[in-house]
Design a protein around this ligand. Structure first.
Ligand SMILES: C[S@@+](CC[C@H](N)C(=O)[O-])C[C@H]1O[C@@H](n2cnc3c(N)ncnc32)[C@H](O)[C@@H]1O
Length: 304
């Protein structure tokens, strides 16, 4: 792998209009500016280093959290994984750690297993919606893909509300809400590490908030007062939490409910919500999570 200061050299042909009305082609080597390199795909960076059948298997996208890149590499590229991680850090100078995702997100804590390909730490400082988040990506779930949603929800909240964020993680919903609104806010997660990072992030963002280490199944026993608004990025396949959350919602209260569905399931799901007495203010598809499966958000309130 070339060193970062070398740049990339390509051969180009210049056409010179000579005084004698004759074309002359000469070959010259130029240097590509840094900006151009950083926009190049892994495919372009590895073009001369991998055969076409391996180039075709390269990942097209990778997730970046703070200065950590998380990459999925197929087993057939196992022997090239270090070359790929070096190309990635060459492409993105802000990346200090490259993690290879070894399996899908699993378990109650919703974290995957990773192999460290480059760098020496898995903690990072991520910036989003004007807030900072310190976290260890191997200990608590975090995805930068939802930043728009988190900003949108913060705008919906009104001053003076009592807000509960279930499945709060390291605080990507809770912190922007409290930064923008004068509310009484509580975050709940059953992952001890997530709660530790949530407390730390409350401090880092100079706000206050209550953090509860607990199981969302037991909210009815955890709170004496009910909430005006509940934000719930529920784990995959656990829609039953909506009924549980309803037990601590004030009459006329609002819920922002995240669920995973295939498009054809939506009409049935909407009917189900309405039959249960929910009024759907808004819903939208927030992007793919698996082939044909999307994350959806439903902004709901209880019919009077
Ligand atoms: C999909 S993550 C969402 C985290 C965060 N809100 C975000 O958007 O990045 C789900 C979170 O729910 C937590 N969790 C899963 N099951 C739970 C339960 N039964 N009670 C409380 N928290 C739970 C996990 O620890 C994880 O932090």
């Amino acid at each position: 792998m070339a060193s970062h200061t070398e740049g990339i050299h390509i051969d180009v042909y210049f056409c010179w209009w000579l005084p004698l009305y004759e074309w002359k082609m000469i070959s010259k080597t130029i240097r590509l500016p840094e900006d151009l390199i950083s926009n190049m795909s892994l495919h372009s960076l590895l073009q001369n280093k991998l055969p076409p059948e391996k180039l075709a298997l390269l990942p097209k996208h990778f997730e970046v959290i703070g200065d950590i890149a998380i990459i999925n590499i197929p087993h057939s590229l196992d022997t090239e994984k270090h070359l790929i991680s070096e190309a990635l850090s060459f492409q993105r100078k802000d990346i200090k750690t490259v993690l290879l995702k070894l399996n899908k997100i699993e378990g109650a804590a919703r974290v995957a297993d990773f192999e460290l390909l480059l760098g020496d730490r898995t903690t990072t400082l991520h910036r989003e919606n004007g807030c900072v988040f310190f976290l260890d990506v191997t200990k608590t779930f975090f995805s930068g893909k939802m930043y728009y949603e988190r900003g949108r929800i913060a705008q919906k909240v009104n001053d003076g509300e009592d807000v509960l964020v279930l499945f709060a993680g390291a605080g990507p919903f809770l912190i922007p809400i409290k930064k923008q609104r004068n509310v009484n806010i509580t975050g709940l997660d059953n992952n001890r590490e997530a709660c530790t990072y949530l407390r730390k992030n409350i401090e880092l963002n100079h706000i206050d908030g209550n953090v509860i280490l607990g199981d969302a199944r037991h909210v009815i026993n955890l709170f004496k007062e009910n909430f005006d608004r509940i934000v719930m990025p529920a784990p995959y396949g656990q829609d039953f939490f909506l009924d549980i959350a309803q037990s601590v919602l004030k009459p006329g209260g609002y819920v922002h409910f995240y669920t995973f569905k295939k498009d054809f399931e939506i009409p049935h799901f909407r009917r189900l919500l309405e039959e249960k007495g929910w009024f759907i203010d808004f819903y939208r598809d927030c992007g793919d999570v698996a082939p044909r499966v999307k994350r959806y958000v439903f902004d709901l309130h209880l019919r009077g």
